[in-house]
Design a protein. Structure first.
Length: 202
């Protein structure tokens, strides 16, 4: 990928990382601002500050520990205090598979992590230029995105498609299906259909 990805999957403690299930989807290269107020989550941020980050997984109320079996390794890139909250900016780096999820006495979750394949890499095509134009418009319309993303990578198809999956008003199940079941060309066709509408061929 063209965008910065300086992380490596953690190798300490048998690839075990702290885990935070939340009802949101974040993909490699994505940045999200979250509020931390529970003591166990404050401990998670302290653990992440040791250098290996933590894993953000998808909140699944019907699964053990309410966590999906995949997630994204993230690093803390900024934080500030706001009233009684710790506001943390996190940046996603690598998709990972999760196994052996466990809970500490303090309530923190941990999981063993292993790399998970993501979409293939390729160059921007002429067909994707419409998506790039639309994503630029979204960033221009929403100053909070411009504040979070000090660097943008509109020339990278993975980055462009990932940002659309994050910001579009799709259900979490739909977003998860895009990530786990679709190839990059299928994602591109899906996004074009949403933005342009279905194409009728004669």
């Amino acid at each position: 990928m063209n965008f910065d990805s300086s992380t490596t999957i953690a190798t300490h403690i048998g690839n075990k990382l702290a885990l935070l299930p939340l009802p949101l989807v974040l993909l490699p290269g994505g940045i999200q601002r979250i509020k931390i107020f529970e003591s166990k989550h404050l401990a998670l941020i302290k653990e992440a500050a040791k250098g290996n980050g933590f894993v953000l997984s998808l909140f699944k109320p019907d699964l053990p520990h309410k966590s999906s079996l995949w997630g994204v390794q993230v690093k803390v890139i900024d934080f500030e205090f706001d009233d009684h909250f710790l506001v943390v900016d996190i940046q996603a780096e690598d998709l990972v598979c999760l196994t052996e999820i466990s809970q500490s006495a303090e309530g923190m979750l941990f999981a063993n992590v292993a790399p998970k394949a993501h979409w293939e890499s390729r160059q921007i095509t002429s067909d994707m230029k419409i998506l790039v134009k639309q994503l630029r418009a979204i960033f221009h319309k929403h100053p909070n995105l411009k504040r979070l993303y000090r660097k943008t990578y509109f020339n990278d198809p993975n980055w462009v498609c990932a940002r659309f999956i994050e910001v579009l008003p799709l259900s979490l199940n739909e977003k998860e299906k895009c990530i786990l079941e679709y190839r990059l060309d299928q994602i591109e066709a899906f996004l074009n259909t949403i933005i342009l509408g279905p194409t009728i061929k004669s």
